[in-house]
Design a protein around this ligand. Sequence first.
Ligand SMILES: [Zn+2]
Length: 464
Amino acid sequence: MNRGESGAVAHAVKGPEPRVPELEIPCLERGAEPKGVGKLQNNRSGAELGEPGVRVFKLKTKSVRGKLKEFYDMLTSLLPRDELPKSAFRYRREWENSFIEVIHSRLATGKWLRPAKKRENRRKRVKRKSSIPKRPPFLLTARFILSSGEQRGRRDAPVVVDLRRREVRIPRIGVAVPIPERLARALEEENRLEPRPEFVVQLCSDGRLRIIAKRAPEPRALEVPLRIIAVDENSRYGFVVAVFDFDERGYCRLTRFEVFKPPNHGHREGIVAALKSYADKPGLEALERVRELLPFTPTPDDAERLARAALARKKRLNNAFIETLVAGVRELVRGALQEGAAVAIVVDPINSESLQGTPLQGTLLRVRERLRNLARYEGAHFAELRASGRYCPFCGAEGVENGHRVFKCPSCGATWDRDRAAVANLVLRYLKALYREECQDADPLRLVDAMRAWLKRHIGFLLR
Ligand SMILES: [Zn+2]
């Protein structure tokens, strides 16, 4: 890179960040790039593709942002940097490459040359999206000191994650960031995983720090004992998570059935829309609408502030929903792996057309990506499959509607609730797909029988 050029770039840079994992602590993870929705995407390919699963742990660095920013500038500067140890530059090449990538993709889309859009809004606090991208994060190696005193990681690493003293230290710049207890426990657990994840610390240009754990263990062969975690995305009810365990003798049982309800933003969005239109064009009509929704009368400036706060709250609630669901599934996966079982996560993606433009769309897609990433990280199989509650879980015949969302089988006489049958059929479809893909090994078919036997014994499951 030409020195003058890249120097100029490095200083001008602000704007949408390159692809960086970002979520809330302590269980933040984010998948790799979304892949096309295939028929049966078994995730044993995860490891084969060489794309590890990732977990991201954010640190609170507010009090030392300045020092960290300086450190970032030192690390990414083209000036001589003899005062820093070599080990700090282990990932310098990666940083340069990702920077070049950002610039190339900007040039390719033509965004680089486009001047920043002038917004008509006269209020200054409105965030302007700059057309110039942010500098990518810089990666640093980390050494862990576990609570037992045991050390893991490279000795010369510039970052020390000290779980005994509950702090992350960068001795070179005299910075120490506390680690909350929950995060310390999570990091301790991650260090004890076998195989142990690969850890790096991400230093962002704005002084934020994240610990990234990467891992891609080979999933266990799909044999009993087997846990199938079925996740049915359903816009009416939220996420239905049903866990079916198959033991060594091939018996099936339902171990967990839970519905995760995403936050409802209907009312919030109405308020935001009213506040925004009032902030943009303060008029009597707009004010009336705001008054109908709020117990007080805001000024246009207040209205704008309130709208922003409401949107921020919506984002927080969505994130919290995703964290809860992903953490729940992770627990289910780890529990089964500890018992020596193979695990498969099977997702029935909601029809994306029915979601277009709805407030849930982004959240649902993120959950799916997070689950895919989780499967890779934990060593579980992952598949996306469509299943319908219209078909009989016992014989596969198309049911006839027999009441509100209730169906009856014209062939075997079974009755079922559509939403419940959808989850059961998801698991059954997965097992049948395995049978077709796995060299016609008859085991998956035995599991189909086992599951139908369970459904027969627990007919209430299908009727709720
Ligand atoms: Zn039937």
